[in-house]
Design a protein around this ligand. Structure first.
Ligand SMILES: [Zn+2]
Length: 82
């Protein structure tokens, strides 16, 4: 089971309760070099669905799959015709 995170919530009567929240998922990683990808929101899937397209990840080919340097290298190889 996925780890839970405790959050303090005060009820209208003043009672302090701990609610259980699902923890944020880990960072997205590059499929090639496994480095951390930037520009991708760390939200649980139900929250992630509500984001706009530009908040979900870089809007370029292989955005959210490969890091920028690996994408650059891939395009160079494609242009060389290897
Ligand atoms: Zn990479």
């Amino acid at each position: 089971m996925r780890a839970k995170m405790r959050v303090k919530r005060r009820t209208p009567s003043g009672k302090i309760l701990f609610h259980q929240r699902r923890e944020r998922p880990s960072h997205a990683k590059c499929a090639n070099c496994k480095s951390q990808l930037h520009g991708i929101s760390r939200k649980i899937p139900s929250e992630f669905k509500k984001l706009s397209a530009s908040e979900k990840g870089p809007e370029r080919p292989y955005g959210g799959y490969l890091c920028s340097s690996c994408t650059r290298e891939l395009f160079r190889e494609k242009a060389r015709g290897v």
